[in-house]
Design a protein around this ligand. Structure first.
Ligand code: AGP
Length: 609
């Protein structure tokens, strides 16, 4: 959470930083700020920070001509302290200016031990870190020593970018857990929370190793560990370009990303096909991992967790092996029953979700093997896992996850297929046929995206709703969890997903005249059972949208809107259903005039517990 950027070089730093903040804004958008070390003899500081989106900061700084090639910028997702100008970053004191992403856990103790209470002007933990660095900087007059001393007493997750007025033209960075990537280009050196702010300048970058001090200057970047030894970073290359982080003619990133799903699926699946079967040789994932597993535990948060729920059904169906799906933030504190013999599949688009990361570490400590399904290359989860399956969705900017969900599903289907094959649960022929069905999701989604009238129609009802229900049985229930989350997070309509058969045990009391219910009935073996539940809500006045496979009779006594998915076998209906549910949420939020890509209170990458 929080987006941070630093730049030093030959370009106009203000412009680079404001542009960078715009692309990082999806990480947090409560407030934004910029600090520039001016190129005057005193190297005086220009600072502007305020509550509100980056556009507010841009407007406020528009008229200020600041001659500077060195600065830092921040877009905030509040943790400690409200959304105020004062709490916005950068924070500055004396000759030190800092931006921070993360949480300083022992900030209260530090306030006491360094007698900071009287000095603090904000309510943030970040300012405490700043004042400690400043204390040591004044003591030793040495930026590196000051940083080392400070991180020696700070407990928590952090990525810091710091400017020292006594050392103009340089930006000092260090991180623990919270992400930072850096790159040197022809026009200077950059550091940022993620690649989106860097790709306009270069696609070659590295992830700043933890406990390493990076010093950026216009000549390049030097890295040293905390003992002063040089550190050689592992260079990475971004396989997507600057166009991927633009809206490309769509009104919102979310709509663009929904439409990118066929391509994202192809990019994720096709490079992993050899002799008609899923093959992970290039990923370095050995078959022994699948052969030796006695059980599977899937750990993730939010949408990734709901992808895991679908995965569970597929694994259990193909292999009859026990699969437990855990919410990462709960898993950590429930003394989970995992150990040697457990294959822990961790799912995360960003690869930075702290709960997921810590859950994975715990599973590994207990002896489980980890396989991470991650979209962002070089992210922390990807680096710490035993094995990584990279999804190739390209950058997902909209806070609401769409294409990342589809490729996570594809990854799970491919893994299930390979695993079932190597364990002898699927013959070669059956595994190849299964893989063909996964691939079929691509044309099926393409067909679906050609006509979105039905989804727009559903949204016309949803925009007026206070509550909505998503119901289904079995796999359809797993899909409905994601549908309800999508609607809630971007349209602010309260939505609940319910197993269709469970409604009558309480929740059906909430159904009244006109309550929208989205019923998903794509699974043949339970179709009639679900339909009986649909009749129960219809009889009580619900406004029903029914999603089925083609050719199902659905008169006005059963539903108000009938949406049919293109032909695909039952186990794979999640792909088209997901797109329908995403579009219902999208058109509802858009119809309410909401900021679809930046829903209130949320941030894309959740790096706090
Ligand atoms: C999805 O729309 C959400 N914004 C959210 O639930 C997200 O999936 C969750 O925070 C997990 O993120 P990750 O995949 O980056 O770990």
């Amino acid at each position: 959470m929080c987006g941070i950027i630093g730049y030093t070089g030959t370009l106009d730093a203000k412009k680079v930083i404001i542009e960078g903040l715009k692309s990082l804004e999806y990480r947090g958008y409560d407030s934004a700020g910029i600090a520039l070390l001016k190129e005057d003899p005193e190297h005086s500081l220009y600072i502007m920070k305020e509550a509100g989106p980056v556009s507010v900061l841009e407007e406020s700084t528009k008229e200020d001509a600041v001659k500077s090639g060195c600065g830092i910028g921040h877009t905030r997702w509040a943790t400690h302290g409200g959304v105020t100008d004062q709490n916005a970053h950068p924070h500055t004191t004396g000759r030190v200016t800092l931006i921070h992403n993360g949480i300083i856990e022992n900030y209260r103790e530090l306030i006491n031990s360094y007698n900071l209470a009287e000095q603090l002007v904000s309510e943030t933990d970040s300012e405490v870190a700043l004042r400690i660095i400043d204390y040591y900087y004044e003591k030793y007059q040495d930026p590196v020593k000051a940083i080392k001393k400070a991180v020696g007493v700070i407990i928590g997750a952090y990525s810091f970018c710091i400017m020292f007025a006594g050392d103009p033209g340089k930006i000092y960075c260090i991180r623990n857990v919270s992400p930072l990537v850096a790159a040197a280009s022809e026009t200077g050196a950059l550091v940022a929370s993620d690649l989106t702010a860097i790709v306009p300048y270069t696609r070659d970058y590295f992830v700043l190793p933890e406990d390493t001090i990076a010093v950026l200057s216009k000549e390049g970047i030097t890295l040293t560990d905390l003992s002063g030894n040089p550190v050689e970073p592992e260079m990475l290359h971004a396989d997507w370009d600057v166009e991927s982080v633009k809206k490309g003619g769509y009104p919102h990133f979310m709509l663009k990303e929904i439409n990118e799903q066929p391509e994202a699926l192809e990019n994720t699946i096709k490079p992993r096909i050899a002799k008609g079967l899923p093959d992970f040789t290039e990923d370095g994932i050995p078959d022994s991992l699948f052969r030796e597993a006695k059980e599977i535990c899937i750990v993730a948060c939010g949408t990734a967790n709901y992808a895991g729920m679908v995965g569970k059904s597929i694994f259990e169906l193909l292999m009859r092996i026990p699969v437990n799906v855990h919410i990462a933030s709960e898993f950590r504190y429930e003394d989970p029953l995992v150990g040697p013999g457990t294959l822990c599949i961790v799912i995360s688009q960003s690869g930075e979700t702290i709960d997921t990361l810590e859950a994975m570490k715990l599973a590994m400590e207990k002896g489980a093997k980890s396989l991470a399904i991650v979209n962002v290359k070089g992210s922390t989860i990807a680096r710490e896992a035993d094995h990584v399956f990279y999804t190739h969705a390209g950058p997902e900017i909209s806070v609401a996850s769409t294409k990342a969900y589809s490729v996570q599903l594809a990854a799970l289907y491919l893994i299930a297929c390979r695993m079932a094959y190597v364990r002898g649960a699927l013959s070669e022929q059956a595994a190849a046929a299964f893989l063909q069905q996964v691939l079929k999701a691509v044309p099926v989604i393409q067909e679906l995206l050609k006509n979105v009238v039905g989804m727009k129609h559903v949204s016309e009802k949803m925009v007026k709703a206070k509550d909505a229900f998503y119901i289904g049985r079995g796999l359809d229930y797993a899909f409905s969890l994601e549908g309800a989350l999508k609607l809630k997070e971007i349209s602010y309509v309260h939505a609940e997903a319910y197993p269709a058969g469970e409604l009558k045990h309480g929740t059906i009391a909430l159904i009244e005249e006109g309550t929208p219910v989205v019923a998903i009935a794509t699974q043949e073996k339970i179709y009639q059972k679900t339909i009986s539940n649909v009749r129960e809500v219809k009889a009580r006045g619900a406004y029903v949208t029914l999603i089925t496979k083609k050719g199902k009779a659905a008169g006005s006594d059963l539903c108000d809107i009938h949406l049919e998915i293109p032909e695909i076998e039952d186990e794979f209906t999640v792909f088209p259903v997901a797109v329908i549910l995403q579009l219902i949420a999208y058109y509802t939020a858009d119809g309410k005039g909401l900021d679809v890509d930046k829903p209130r209170n949320l941030a894309k990458s959740v790096t706090v517990e």
